[in-house]
Design a protein around this ligand. Sequence first.
Ligand SMILES: Cc1cc2nc3c(=O)[nH]c(=O)nc-3n(C[C@H](O)[C@H](O)[C@H](O)COP(=O)(O)OP(=O)(O)OC[C@H]3O[C@@H](n4cnc5c(N)ncnc54)[C@H](O)[C@@H]3O)c2cc1C
Ligand SMILES: NC(=O)c1ccc[n+]([C@@H]2O[C@H](COP(=O)([O-])OP(=O)(O)OC[C@H]3O[C@@H](n4cnc5c(N)ncnc54)[C@H](OP(=O)(O)O)[C@@H]3O)[C@@H](O)[C@H]2O)c1
Length: 459
Amino acid sequence: MARRVAVIGAGVSGLSSIKCCLDEDLEPTCFERSNDIGGLWKFTETSKDGMTRVYKSLVTNVCKEMSCYSDFPFQEDYPNFMNQGKFWYYLQEFAEHFDLLKYIRFRTTVCSVTKRPDFSETGQWDVVTETEGKQERAVFDAVMVCTGHFMNPHLPLESFPGIHNFTGQILHSQEYRSPEGFQGKRVLVIGLGNTGGDVAVELSRTAAQVLLSTRTGAWVICRSSEWGYPYNMVVTRRCLNFIAQVLPSCVLNWIQEKKMNKRFNHEHYGLSITKGARKIIVNDELPTCILCGTVTMKANVKEFTETSAVFEDGTVEENIDTVIFATGYTFSFPFLEEPLKSLCTKKIFLYKQVFPSNLERATLAIIGIISLKGSILAGTELQARWATRVFKGLCKIPPTQKLMAEATKKEQLIKRNGQHGGGTEGERESQEGSASSMDPDLGLYLTTPAKIKSQHLTN
Ligand SMILES: Cc1cc2nc3c(=O)[nH]c(=O)nc-3n(C[C@H](O)[C@H](O)[C@H](O)COP(=O)(O)OP(=O)(O)OC[C@H]3O[C@@H](n4cnc5c(N)ncnc54)[C@H](O)[C@@H]3O)c2cc1C
Ligand SMILES: NC(=O)c1ccc[n+]([C@@H]2O[C@H](COP(=O)([O-])OP(=O)(O)OC[C@H]3O[C@@H](n4cnc5c(N)ncnc54)[C@H](OP(=O)(O)O)[C@@H]3O)[C@@H](O)[C@H]2O)c1
């Protein structure tokens, strides 16, 4: 039975994992490469360390009623949606309340996690860490990988002919912290995810002009909904789930699209979503910015010249100073050995998105590589609770041969259905290392039988 557990990363997932280890009388040691808890919720003024972190103005997009750890509610006076500082403070309160900090070794990077020679009997791992230039090796009975979904910026420069001739500033949204430095500039933001929407709106207050380019459009919803209740509270209902399951998808889509367009017609605002795509973003101000002309919606960029962008609809925008790629992230596990390293980047080969299918002993769990309808806190807590019980032998998972056969079958089925190459949620979910988050936080609204089917395939 496992006793000593290495937890890699002290973000939301890592904190969930430490707590669940303690609940199961396991001995966690958490390694965190930075000097604080909270992972991407720890705001820093610069992005020099290359870590993905929240920008200054970020506000949560899942309300507090739907997003706390199960045994640690937000304090009464917390707002329904909170800024990044307040949310980080909640994580700090959680860590202090359950006395988790003493299990964390800060400024310690995990360099490698390899199977011990007797792994098939013991399930143990050799973990090599580095603290301020000094390496250490230790043996652990189990490992919880909590290194996050948004590790590496996805910068698809190859999709943009001429970008290398562009003489203006180019950056990825990972580097974006605040609107300072963009005053009076003509800025082109590429990608309409939650980040692209937020950055465009924020820059519209200081930049000379903001252009927001999208390939697929998006449904844009507000944090508040009917009667002023937070949106997630209104749509996360058993009866709506039931309706989504019984109605034919064409009827459901028709009702939902009508509802989405009731506040404003997405087509009129240049936001109309590609047929078959189901992308929802949360943005309270974007429609108003478009209405007032401070943000101009644009089609996908066809090519760049030295100073301008040519769009697929034939329009050209001259004198662009800055291009911000808000094109999302990928994830990877550089400290794992092959073939485990590659397998873990394919979600389909993670049993219930947690246990790699190719391990003869279920002593390594990936926590937090999930796209959810609601808050990540509840999701990672459930994953960690289950994983620690598997480590202890209280829960069993099927043998590796069965898991590999099932995952391979699902992968083939998805390929046969044409789900490869990027576009719909199902496609992106099955892509290697893609931190797709088109649905994550509020996808429920557009849950259709078709979507449930594709989710089932990728689980
Ligand atoms: C801009 C942005 C806004 C978001 N807003 C919301 C929101 O409003 N609501 C919501 O529910 N979700 C939101 N999310 C989703 C987000 O993924 C989760 O909220 C959550 O922060 C993920 O936590 P995590 O612990 O899995 O990963 P992270 O927070 O990324 O933490 C990973 C940790 O692992 C550490 N680490 C990595 N590699 C190593 C190594 N080799 N050795 C040691 N340590 C290592 C890192 O330093 C980091 O501290 C947002 C995501 C982004 C990018
Ligand atoms: N709390 C908040 O309010 C908040 C704020 C920001 C982010 N987040 C979260 O942070 C995570 C990451 O969000 P994100 O917006 O950074 O990434 P994302 O959700 O992955 O969105 C990236 C967008 O980039 C575009 N894109 C990707 N590849 C492209 C290519 N090759 N060419 C052109 N466009 C491309 C796509 O938009 P198009 O289809 O339009 O091209 C895609 O939707 C998500 O979980 C999100 O919910 C939350």
